[in-house]
Design a protein around this ligand. Structure first.
Ligand code: GLU
Length: 492
């Protein structure tokens, strides 16, 4: 039984290629993928590009690249092939035609010649009466003669679905439970536009049915489309798939997630130096939760634990701080050579690096990155965190109160100038030498603790905080430490 059930599951992600992959879309794709992998089922990706004006190949490529980057793969569909292709709706028009004919012939659909102006007038009239705007069926019963007259007048028809009256349409949703719709609230809707392209509601049903999709997992924003889709399934005699509508993603102010709440596309997170493991972990917990309090899960663990039963009905709130926390966790696990590669583009863009580092320079950078790895939430923070290692000289920051206090100590000028002198004595130094140098200065001047180490830190970096002091001095090297210490002395 279990095996039989598992073999049957087939899900799909069906993006409209109108822009980059958004957080909400990525979450839908992920939930489908997790469900398929958990059930030993099949994942399909199809492109819903019937909106000619808004669709583009660039957007399609961006979406697919984002999916792959997240680690979401698919067994069938665009770029992969399979027995139910093609997988772009624009290339499937010939497959839709017979079904349009069938619906026209058996009266489930009809041609409508209403002009934009007529439709708008109807809309205004309904709104004026306080009613829901919908198509009232003016062209429902045109005769052949009427149609010919419209055609002769140069009107191009759309094809509408004839929505039955007084029907209760029920979506048995795996997440939301039983959701009912009254067919009287749904006007006869367009299934084929005047340019011959199918609408979303029509093409989605044909594709899902023809591709053998068993479970439709998608965002709640599509729930209101579902009764229309149910009618098409029924009219064509296709078996119904199961539906699971996942709650919306809200921003922290509880309004629908938008640009105001931060980056909305996966690409932006990738560019900011977020790791796919972190984003996947975070997205999985947006509306789904396993048992227990744990928050860190690998893709393999998520796959094992995922179930639609534990998808929440209530909206998920996008918490950027939590994502940053999670990403910081994964950054700490990342090998430093890899993390350095993520940081390099940001350092180049910020002008801290002029060229792609190699050889010793790369090894040096890796050590610098390692020294701030604990502090880094995402790679775009690299210039800010690593700035301390770049440039010959430093300026004291008047806002750094702690630095001001330390510099005001009587012993500080002597410590700083001793550091400059010692640095001059070494053409090069390693961590062991630096340790010895600090110890010697302490002994010679009779200072220790904050008066020694903090003063040395400020001498080398102009600031009271930053990476480990020994690492800082070692990586800066004696020449830069000396130049900076002298510059700080001049600013006292
Ligand atoms: N093309 C639709 C979208 O991008 C997919 C809707 C569905 O999953 O049915 O929102």
């Amino acid at each position: 039984m279990e095996g039989e059930k598992m073999a049957k599951v087939k899900v799909r992600y069906a993006p409209s290629p109108t822009g980059p992959l958004h957080i909400g879309g990525a979450r839908s794709a992920l939930f489908n993928w997790l469900y398929a992998r958990n059930m030993g089922g099949t994942m399909l990706v199809r492109i819903e590009d019937t909106d000619l004006e808004r669709s583009s190949r660039e957007a399609e490529e961006m979406i697919l690249a984002s999916l792959r980057w997240l680690g979401i793969d698919w067994d069938e569909g665009v770029g992969v092939g399979g027995p139910n292709g093609p997988y772009r709706q624009q290339e499937r028009l010939h497959l839709y035609r017979p079904y349009v004919e069938q619906l026209l012939q058996n009266g489930h659909a009809y041609e409508c010649y209403c002009s934009e102006e007529e439709l708008e007038a109807e809309r205004q009239e309904l709104l004026g009466r306080g009613e829901l705007p919908r198509y009232l069926g003016r062209c429902r019963n045109l005769s052949q003669k009427d149609r010919e007259a419209y055609c002769a007048a140069g009107r191009k028809p759309v094809i509408r679905f004839r929505v039955p009256e007084n029907r209760q349409l029920v979506v048995d949703d795996l997440v939301r439970g039983r959701v009912e719709f009254d067919s009287n609230g749904i006007g006869d809707f367009i299934i084929v536009k005047s340019d011959g392209f199918p609408t979303y509601n029509f093409a989605v049903v044909l594709d899902d049915a023809l591709m053998g999709i068993t479970h439709i997992i998608r965002g709640e924003e599509h729930l209101s489309n579902t009764p229309r889709q149910l009618l098409i399934y029924e009219a064509l005699g296709f078996p119904l798939p199961q539906f699971a509508h996942v709650s919306l993603i809200l921003g922290e102010d509880r309004s629908k997630m938008s640009k105001r709440h931060g980056a909305t596309s996966v690409l932006q997170y990738r560019e900011q130096g977020y790791l796919p493991e972190a984003l996947v972990n975070f997205l999985a917990l947006l509306g789904w939760s396993p048992e227990g309090e744990r928050e860190i899960y690998s893709l393999a663990e998520l796959t094992k634990l995922f179930s639609l039963e534990r998808v929440a009905k209530s909206p998920a709130v996008f918490n950027l701080e939590k994502l940053n926390w999670m990403n910081a966790y994964y950054i700490k696990q990342t090998p430093v050579a890899e993390l350095t590669q993520l940081c390099i583009p940001h350092l180049l863009a910020a002008g801290l690096l002029e060229t792609e580092p190699a050889g010793n320079r790369l090894l040096w950078l890796q050590q610098a990155v390692a020294s701030v790895q604990e502090k880094m939430e995402y790679a775009a923070q690299a210039p800010e965190l690593l700035q301390i290692y770049f440039g010959e000289t430093v300026e004291l920051d008047p806002a750094d109160e702690e630095a001001g206090k330390v510099l005001a100590l009587e012993t500080s000028p002597a410590v700083i100038s001793a550091l400059a002198q010692k640095a001059e004595a070494y053409p090069d130094w390693d961590s062991e030498t630096v340790r010895r140098v600090l110890k010697e200065i302490g002994k010679e001047l009779g200072v220790k603790g904050r008066a020694l180490f903090m003063a040395a830190r400020i001498a080398a970096s102009g600031r009271s905080h930053g990476p480990d002091l020994n690492v800082l001095l070692t990586l800066l090297g004696p020449r830069v430490v000396r130049t900076r210490a002298l510059a700080v002395l001049r600013q006292l």
